[in-house]
Design a protein around this ligand. Structure first.
Ligand code: AMP
Length: 334
């Protein structure tokens, strides 16, 4: 594995406009070096495709199986590291939504293909913009409201009922960045607990759901789409992590078909390219709401490594490299 040290003095392009050092270029780069990047690299390796990993610190889990590593010591907007990464690879994807869309824009300005696009990431990484995009596409979501100040929470609760869920618009994961607000008197404390006013918030009606569902959707650059089976996810209430995935979900075929269709529409609504996890709630009356999208391989799809003809990781890599997508069908009934 090669550690590419950022050197701003290296020429970015030679006099003819060609990218420098083509022999050192690697087909794919991933922003983020955690487990999702590592599993994507394992899928790429099966096709003989090398990957460069970028992370804030050296020695990330994915860097140990990567062909190269670029470290961003000054943060994701570290210009020297961005240029180094762009010099090493023509195509870049991400393993988490925590990299700001402006970094993707900068990489694209340097000539890289970036998927999902900066425009799509900008929407998905902000839970309010994401919910607005879904609602605008007529996709069912829980009632929600932007929160500028605690009195907005109180006003929303008057309309939507108590309790309600207060969420940070950005950088929440596995339930961190969410808090349940039981009554109007708790609104101010809940806002502060989530970091308001430094962090921006949204309020959502609390949904009493029958079960949580998830669907992995993969969209290619040309709009080719595949959807994995609808699964049920069960969360550990204390550790806020997914403990059980039932594939396929124990739901009626007609509900599964409707749920898959909604998930595809949701990813289309944000212009997504690559693998997306679509998290949903099934209500007691059988109807389904979209909770949120993840613009990357998702923990509800890890089973696809062993269970499906083509895993969510292999299809993610295929989508971002512009290759035809593989079959998402399960290899066993359940
Ligand atoms: P999120 O941060 O949106 O992924 O939410 C994490 C978990 O919180 C979800 O998997 C649900 O179990 C729960 N949750 C999120 N939004 C709501 C909601 N509006 N009503 C009830 N539970 C929710």
């Amino acid at each position: 594995m090669t550690l590419y040290v950022a050197d701003p003095k290296l020429p970015w392009r030679d006099g003819d406009g060609h990218i420098a050092e083509p022999s050192l270029r690697t087909p794919l780069g991933i922003l983020g070096g955690g487990q999702l990047a590592r599993m994507t690299i394992e899928a790429a390796s099966a096709l003989g495709i090398d990957v460069v990993v970028a992370d804030l610190k050296p020695g990330s889990p994915a860097s140990r199986v990567a062909a190269g590593e670029v470290v961003f010591p000054l943060g994701w907007d570290d210009e020297a590291a961005i240029v180094t990464l762009a010099r090493r690879t023509p195509t870049i994807t991400l393993e988490s939504e925590f990299v700001d869309a402006s970094v993707l824009e900068r990489l694209r300005a340097l000539g890289c293909d970036v998927w999902t696009s900066p425009e799509s990431l900008r929407i998905v990484q902000d839970k309010l913009l994401q919910k607005q995009a879904l609602a605008a596409a007529a996709i069912a979501v829980a009632p929600f409201r932007a929160v500028e100040k605690p009195s907005d929470v109180v006003a929303f609760g008057r309309e939507a009922g108590w309790p309600l869920l207060l969420k940070t618009r950005r950088d929440g994961y596995d339930g961190y960045g969410n808090t349940l607000v039981q009554e109007p008197d708790d609104a101010a404390k809940a806002c502060s607990a989530l970091g308001w006013p430094a962090r921006r918030l949204l309020a959502e009606a609390f949904v009493t759901f029958e079960r949580e569902l998830a669907v992995i959707i993969v969209r290619g650059q040309d709009g080719e789409e595949v959807n994995y089976p609808v699964v049920e996810t069960q969360q550990d209430p204390e550790r806020h992590i997914c403990r059980v995935v039932l594939a396929p979900a124990p739901i009626l075929g007609e509900v599964a078909a409707r749920t898959s269709e909604m998930a595809v529409m949701a990813v289309r609504a944000v212009g997504g390219v690559g693998t997306f996890g679509v998290e949903m709630f099934q209500l007691a009356d059988g109807s389904v709401l979209v909770n949120e999208l993840a613009p990357r391989p998702h923990n509800s799809g890890h089973y696809s490594i062993e269970a499906c003809v083509t895993s969510q990781f292999a299809n993610h890599m295929r989508a971002v490299l512009g290759l035809p997508l593989g079959d998402p069908a399960m290899r066993a009934p359940a």
